[in-house]
Design a binder for this molecule. Structure first.
Ligand SMILES: NC(=O)C1=CN([C@@H]2O[C@H](COP(=O)(O)OP(=O)(O)OC[C@H]3O[C@@H](n4cnc5c(N)ncnc54)[C@H](OP(=O)(O)O)[C@@H]3O)[C@@H](O)[C@H]2O)C=CC1
Ligand SMILES: O=C(O)CCC(=O)C(=O)O
Length: 419
């Protein structure tokens, strides 16, 4: 029961925020102001299924904080998503955008749906209807959605087309993660994985003697997990474990990432990779490795399995994969955690490059975009590493990263008279 009450992502995020509040000396009123979203839009989305029957779904857009700029964050489609989860994810976006010095506040959206149960036409109708219902709250200087779990450039193309039809405004900068023909940049598709791999390499250099030959386990083999695996293997790391919702596979001799992708595409799950030992997700997380990258969903490392984690370094590809209790256990055990708001920020940095390119009418090349993302991620890592070492070496990296991010938001709020 206690686990049920405390495993909710919003509760976890508020706990993490209050810990940072102590470090920064923030009063309770400020913490309350930072915890609550500025606006949450809930919509009832109704579509006609291909069988002619009416189907009803619930969707949200949470706009957490706009002190630093327009709300920015992805939209997830998931059968488990709740309003509180979307609010928590929008709060994470506020800190992430602040830490990366982006001109954005935090937002996030979600629709409670299992996309695997819908036809392509039903998914398109659902996506278009969602935009019909929330378009008043969006805009390239207001709120800029992007992809997240189970959404992709096609989803964003439907969003954009519907937005243009309703408003008459041909503004490509309202959404990021678009196909390249619609003002997208090719790099955004893999920018989160590129960022996770870049941060893993920097962290491996500082904490575990380098990335070359290090043994990596990745949970989640979707957009973030699969591209992280690809970039890390190109950097010379050995991917020894991967998984998706159906379970995972471990092979100490290394997993061929291209082959794993082919197997996942052909059979529907990476668990069918032929060489290696099949494991559950729970077993995968506590298997022997140097670097563990949870890149699927939240709260997967909690107070129950944290004592059994064998990795030396955890790089958070997903948002919120460690609970606040897990943070304490993992810190006590001397395992370094690179927090989500830094580790997976390559996605929103890629989005920023796309948005800025749309806004300026520029024609950025993929090479330039890639370099901008790698540089911004590397600089953010180094800034955090140095600040932690100089000022707060006794704290974990999440607390220090959040302190930097929250401090910037608080200063902006104060300057604007919002606190
Ligand atoms: N996409 C982006 O740009 C960004 C994403 N993130 C975060 O990264 C995480 C992953 O997102 P993304 O890769 O885009 O999503 P995808 O939908 O592309 O992939 C999700 C992956 O996680 C697997 N998965 C889902 N549920 C579970 C579970 N309960 N246990 C184990 N595996 C599971 C899925 O398996 P299956 O395919 O079998 O369902 C799939 O392999 C999320 O936390 C997201 O918020 C963060 C920053 C940016
Ligand atoms: O690209 C973006 O705008 C946000 C991506 C996202 O949802 C995230 O970083 O969690």
């Amino acid at each position: 029961m206690e686990e049920l009450l405390t495993s909710n992502l919003f509760v976890q995020q508020v706990k993490k925020l209050y810990k940072v509040g102590e470090l920064l000396g923030l009063d309770i009123d400020t913490l309350e102001a930072l915890s609550q979203p500025e606006r949450v839009i809930q919509v009832k989305i109704q579509i006609r299924g291909s069988d002619g029957k009416l189907r009803t779904f619930v969707g949200w857009r949470s706009q957490h904080n706009s002190a630093l700029g327009p709300y920015k964050g992805g939209v997830r489609y998931s059968p488990n998503v709740t309003q509180e989860e979307v609010i928590a994810l929008s709060m994470i976006m506020t800190w992430k955008n602040s830490l990366l010095l982006l001109p954005y506040g935090g937002g996030k959206g979600g629709i409670r749906v299992d996309p695997k149960e819908l036809t392509l036409k039903e998914l398109e109708d659902l996506s278009r209807k969602y935009i019909q219902l929330i378009h008043n709250y969006l805009g390239s200087n207001v709120d800029i959605p992007a992809p997240d779990i189970n959404t992709n450039p096609q989803t964003i193309a439907w969003f954009l087309d519907e937005y243009i039809k309703i408003t008459g405004e041909v503004d490509f900068a309202v959404f990021t993660g678009k196909p390249s023909e619609l003002g997208g940049i090719g790099v955004r598709l893999y920018s989160t994985g590129l960022g996770v791999a870049t941060i893993a390499r920097e962290a491996a250099n500082k904490f575990i003697g380098g990335i070359e030959g290090s043994r990596v386990i990745i949970q989640g083999f979707g957009n973030v997990g699969s591209f992280t695996a690809k970039f890390l293997s190109e950097m010379g790391a050995k991917i020894i474990g991967v998984s998706d919702i159906g379970g995972g596979v471990i092979n100490g001799n290394g997993i061929d990432v291209n082959k794993a992708l082919e197997v996942a595409q052909r059979t529907g799950s990476v668990v069918n990779y032929p060489e290696g030992k099949k494991v559950t997700n729970e077993e995968l997380l506590i298997s022997d490795c140097d670097i563990l990258i949870p890149a699927a969903v939240e709260n997967v490392i909690n107070k129950f399995n944290a004592p059994k984690v064998k990795a030396k370094l955890i790089v958070e590809g997903a948002n919120g994969p460690l609970t606040a209790d897990a943070d304490d256990v993992i810190k006590q055990r001397g395992i370094v955690v690179i927090p989500d708001i830094l580790a997976n920020a390559g996605g929103v940095v890629g989005s920023y490059v796309e948005w800025a390119n749309n806004k300026s009418g520029g024609i950025i090349s993929d090479e330039e975009a890639k370099k901008l993302i790698i540089d911004r991620m590397t600089n953010a890592f180094n800034a955090l590493y140095d600040f932690h070492k100089r000022k707060f070496a006794d704290q974990d990296l999440r607390t220090v990263a959040m302190a930097l991010a929250v401090d910037r938001v608080v200063k902006a709020m104060k300057a604007r008279g919002l606190l």
